[in-house]
Design a protein around this ligand. Structure first.
Ligand SMILES: Cc1cc2nc3c(=O)[nH]c(=O)nc-3n(C[C@H](O)[C@H](O)[C@H](O)COP(=O)(O)OP(=O)(O)OC[C@H]3O[C@@H](n4cnc5c(N)ncnc54)[C@H](O)[C@@H]3O)c2cc1C
Ligand code: SF4
Length: 641
């Protein structure tokens, strides 16, 4: 049986980056991935169309791809995403949730079972590449003050500072290929970029909506009734992990070449504005982990359709390997010096709980966070130019920082450039409205639909939610998936801090709509469409989840109160790391993946040091072929036995 230097569980953003960094150093890495690795044969947009209704080209044609076991995925595609969940590796979809009459009633019928009181309204994907296949690709940094919200009287302090993470942020911006303007980020976001810093690519061009809002709102002031202060509005571009125009100043003038479909340099790869980033970018401009996988060294082996069910430790508590199952339930074991859990915040916690490990602090699964998103939507008096470009290009950054945090959750405001899709559903919802409720047909219908759609816009207020041990993932006492593994059970609520943040956000939205002369169509009915719904101060609030699960194996400076240390090493088990947003003590107001990537790259350095300190030489032998290999392949010199 081959023994690996490192086993990585999960080939999403975090796992793919860790495997890449260690593979580049010559480490023999086995990546076990629960989902299907179906994109290896993708050659372009036509394949994308095929895979939009199948888990993989192999599934689409009925043939097994290289190294795949060839089991057809049997579930229908999940509602929001083009990949099919297999019953052996299910995942939650937001359409699993539905509101019921009577607040706060809701129904949760999918992979994530829930016992309230409010719904956790986010999903994730278990396919090769993970949730990073379908993410939006917004990649802002956290603010220095986000690392210690205790100074504002809430949340938990990180065991590291912004400065500790800064070099890894730079590395993550290179790996993910980030397009942004450092001057703008310094001046209007307050990030301490040195004068000579340039992102790999220049900021994406502003969307039409951004230009309209900038012309009408820049410099105008709105009142925050909760913090009792005024905020000056300023439209600021958001950093994007999608290809734009390279900045020749990058890397001390060495420049940057955008990466294409398979992660190799492709100077022509550029966002073409096709507005299909969720679920899939047909131009391969948006970063996905498959780009990192395309650059893996041959010492990295991916084994897909391999659902890890348990982490193995020796008598001293040191991690020695994992047990995993194929889709037919067959169990196998793989061994390594280091095990890295990178299976997503919820599944990492589930795995630790299934293994009965790392829980001296009692914090495994606790502190589940997200960015609950308050949506408001309306019609501009003029053309908003929706459904072109990424789902959001710019936003307001003025509500993220400062003493207002003491009184309410801080938030970022994203401008939603895809009309009302997140609030109300696809555009045919409008056609349906005019046809069935207003009885319009023919030219009248065309005019009404055209007039409405071109003026649609959405404001997305993403709240910081702080770590609360009561918000948690546990193992369901009797609900099981097809492999017999207990499903995750989520207990979730929004605290007063978040609710007050939403009060401020709604008041700010009201003022913005007034300044714009926009018609406000915000309405959290029908109830079924808004499972995340509550009343506060006589007003109804509806929220969506952002897909930003965090906190479930929280990082800290003591084994008594946290699951992992600042290196994402489980305190209780040498050789066991849990990487991903699950380690984050606070989720701040920035979309979390860039920070998570920076943490993963930092951990990769520590894992290498860990292996080196154990005197494990890197392999000098020819590496195994870079596809799925058999557990029985011969052990070679240099690989530990
Ligand atoms: C619709 C949507 C939009 C988003 N947009 C943004 C955005 O704009 N910006 C941002 O910062 N973040 C965004 N996010 C969040 C972002 O996608 C996640 O933070 C990120 O993908 C998490 O990476 P990960 O590697 O930890 O987990 P994942 O990407 O979920 O990868 C985990 C991998 O582990 C595998 N796995 C799970 N269980 C097992 C097991 N038992 N055995 C083996 N393998 C397993 C999974 O199949 C998967 O491949 C978005 C999320 C969603 C849902
Ligand atoms: S807007 Fe189109 S080209 Fe640009 S990242 Fe999104 S899907 Fe890709």
């Amino acid at each position: 049986m081959t023994r690996y230097d490192v086993i990585v569980v999960g080939a999403g953003v975090a796992g793919s980056l860790v495997a890449h960094r260690l593979g580049r150093l010559g480490r023999r890495v086995l990546v076990l991935e629960a989902g299907t690795a179906g994109t290896a044969g993708m050659t372009g947009t036509a394949d994308t169309a095929d895979t939009a209704s199948a888990a993989s080209p192999a599934d689409a044609t009925g043939a097994a791809g290289p190294g795949h076991e060839g089991q057809p995925a049997s579930d229908p595609p999940s509602a929001g995403f083009p990949f099919r969940p297999h019953p052996a590796a299910p995942w939650p979809d937001v359409s699993d949730l539905a509101g019921t009459e009577g607040i706060p009633g809701y129904r949760a019928s999918g992979h994530l079972r829930q016992d309230g009181p409010l719904p956790y309204a986010s999903g994730y994907v278990r396919a090769n590449g993970g949730t990073g296949n379908v993410w939006t690709g917004l990649a802002p940094r956290m603010l220095p003050e986000d690392f210690d919200t205790e100074t504002f009287g809430y949340g938990r302090r990180w065991p590291l500072t912004y400065d500790d993470l800064e070099p890894h942020y730079r590395a993550a911006e290179e790996e993910l290929g980030v397009a942004a303007d450092a001057d703008e980020q310094r001046e209007h976001v307050g990030l301490p970029f040195p004068d000579d810093y340039a992102f790999p690519m220049r900021a994406l061009p502003a969307a039409r909506l951004d230009r309209v809002l900038s012309a009408r709102l820049d410099g105008r002031r709105v009142k925050d009734p909760v913090a009792r202060r005024e905020v000056e509005l300023r439209v600021v571009g958001t950093p994007h992990a999608r290809n734009g125009v390279p900045d020749p100043r990058y890397d001390a003038g060495r420049g940057y070449v955008p990466r294409g479909r398979d992660g190799r340099p492709d100077p022509d790869s550029r966002c073409a504005g096709s507005a299909s980033c969720i679920p899939h970018c047909p131009s391969y401009a948006k970063y996905t982990p498959l780009k990192t996988q395309g650059r893996w060294s041959a010492t990295v082996t991916l084994r897909d359709r391999s659902v890890v069910s348990r982490v193995l430790v020796d008598a001293g508590g040191r991690a020695t390997g994992v047990e995993y199952r194929s889709y037919d339930g067959r169990a196998s074991v793989a061994h390594a010096d280091v095990v890295v859990l990178a299976a997503h915040a919820v599944e990492n916690a589930r795995l630790l709980l299934l293994s009965g490990l790392a829980d001296r602090s009692g914090q495994v699964g606790r502190n589940l966070m997200d960015h609950p998103v308050l949506l408001t939507w309306g019609l501009l008096p003029e053309d908003a130019g929706p459904y072109r470009g990424p789902g959001s290009v710019s936003g307001f950054e003025g509500f993220r920082a400062g003493p207002a945090r003491r009184l309410r959750a801080p938030f970022r405001v994203e401008f939603g450039t895809w009309g009302w899709i997140w609030a109300k559903g696809p555009v045919d919802t409008d056609v349906h409205h005019f046809l069935t409720e207003r009885g319009l047909i023919g030219a009248e219908l065309r005019r009404a639909v055209g007039d409405r759609i071109r003026r649609q816009f959405t404001l997305q207020f993403e709240m910081e939610q702080s770590a609360d041990p009561a918000n948690r993932v546990t193992l369901h006492p009797h609900e099981r998936d097809a492999l017999g593994l207990p499903r995750p059970l989520v207990t979730y609520d929004l605290d007063e801090h978040v609710r007050e943040g939403m009060v401020a956000a709604r008041a700010v939205s009201d003022q913005i709509f007034e300044l714009l002369g926009a018609e406000d169509h915000t309405d959290y009915a029908p109830v079924a469409a808004w499972p995340g719904r509550f009343e506060h101060g006589g007003r109804t609030y509806g929220y969506r989840g952002a897909g930003h699960a965090a906190g479930t194996h929280i990082m800290g400076d003591s084994p008594a109160t946290s699951v992992v240390d600042g290196r994402q090493r489980c305190w209780d088990h040498p050789g066991l790391y849990a990487v991903g947003c699950g380690s984050m003590p606070s989720v701040a107001t920035s979309n979390p993946t860039l920070t998570m990537a920076a943490l993963a790259l930092r951990s990769a350095e520590h894992i290498e040091a860990d292996l080196a300190s154990r005197d494990r030489p890197v392999s000098l032998d020819p590496p195994p072929p870079p596809s799925v290999t058999s557990e029985t392949s011969p052990t070679s010199r240099g690989a530990s036995a």
